[in-house]
Each structure stands twice: as structure tokens, then as C-alpha cells.
Design a protein around this ligand. Structure first.
Ligand code: DAT
Ligand code: MG
Length: 138
């Protein structure tokens, strides 16, 4: 079976709260390989491409504004089934109910905002991962 790659983002809340190291440690401790890593301030254009599937949803504009609010860390992680494996490490979207033991469950909470600030993004399929790696590491 082919080695997969996943595009992982540590969102601006994770960087501001100084959780970058802890989050990277969890990825490494699981055994995935960090193939690429950079801290960046994303442009609106890049974020609109990244989140194109969410255009028109009520949280779309708050989501883009949140992702513009500070630097983030973009990572390509490699390993067999890393796409599913990282989403499992990250936990479900809503940090209030994300399982304890996951990044969102252990480190995230609801802050009463229009968009959930949930610390990380991970690609959800091979197609998304190819598309997203092209956007962030072209
Ligand atoms: P995920 O990041 O778990 O793949 P997603 O792709 O559906 O979730 O949504 C992208 C981000 O948008 C998500 O990480 C947090 C925010 N979000 C999603 N659904 C939301 C909702 N119903 N209310 C507020 N924010 C939401
Ligand atoms: Mg998603």
C-alpha cells in the first residue's frame, strides 16, 4: 500500500496559545514523519482556495477571518493511512465534544465565537490532500 501524505495546519489559535510543540509531538509520537513544515501568514486568496468547499456556509467568512488572524504552521506528514490517522488524533470538529485524548478534545474548547477554533486542520481524503499540499507547498 502506498505511503500517504496529509496536509496538516496548526491554526492561529494553536500558534497563539503556544501549543505548536505539543501538537507536533503528538504527530511524531504516533510515528508519522514530518516531511515539510513552515510557519506562515496565509493570504485571503490562499485561504479561499483551501476552504472552497465551505463557501456560502454561515461560518465561512468568520473561518477565513480567523485563519487570517495570525501565523499558522503548515505541515506535510507522511505514513500509511496518515490521513485517517491524523483525523483520529485531531478528534471531531466540535472541541466541546471531541474525545478526551485527542488534540481538540484535550486542548480545545468553545469560545462562544461564530466559528469553532479547534487548533488543527487535517486533509480528509487523498484527493483533498493532493489539492491542499499543492495550495500550501507549491
Ligand atoms: P474539519 O476541520 O473537522 O474537517 P470542516 O471541514 O467541516 O471540519 O469545517 C472547517 C472548519 O470550520 C472546522 O474546523 C471548524 C469550522 N466549523 C465547521 N463547522 C462549523 C459550525 N457548524 N459552526 C462553527 N464553526 C464550524
Ligand atoms: Mg474539513
Amino acid at each position: 500500500m502506498a505511503i500517504e501524505r496529509s496536509l496538516i495546519l496548526i491554526k492561529p489559535d494553536g500558534v497563539k496559545r503556544q501549543l505548536t510543540g505539543q501538537i507536533i509531538s503528538r504527530i511524531e509520537a504516533k510515528g508519522y514523519v514530518i516531511a515539510e513544515l513552515k510557519q506562515v501568514s496565509a493570504s485571503r486568496e490562499l485561504l479561499e482556495a483551501h476552504y472552497e468547499e465551505h463557501v456560502g456556509k454561515p461560518f465561512y467568512e468568520p473561518l477565513v477571518e480567523f485563519m487570517l488572524s495570525g501565523p499558522l504552521v503548515a505541515i506535510v506528514a507522511e505514513g500509511h493511512n496518515v490521513i485517517t490517522g491524523f483525523r483520529s488524533l485531531a478528534g471531531t470538529t466540535d472541541p466541546t465534544t471531541a474525545a478526551p485524548g485527542t488534540i481538540r478534545g484535550d486542548l480545545g474548547r468553545d469560545w462562544g465565537l461564530k466559528v469553532q477554533q479547534n487548533l488543527v486542520h487535517g486533509s480528509d481524503s487523498v484527493e483533498s490532500s493532493n489539492r491542499e499540499i499543492g495550495i500550501w507547498f507549491s
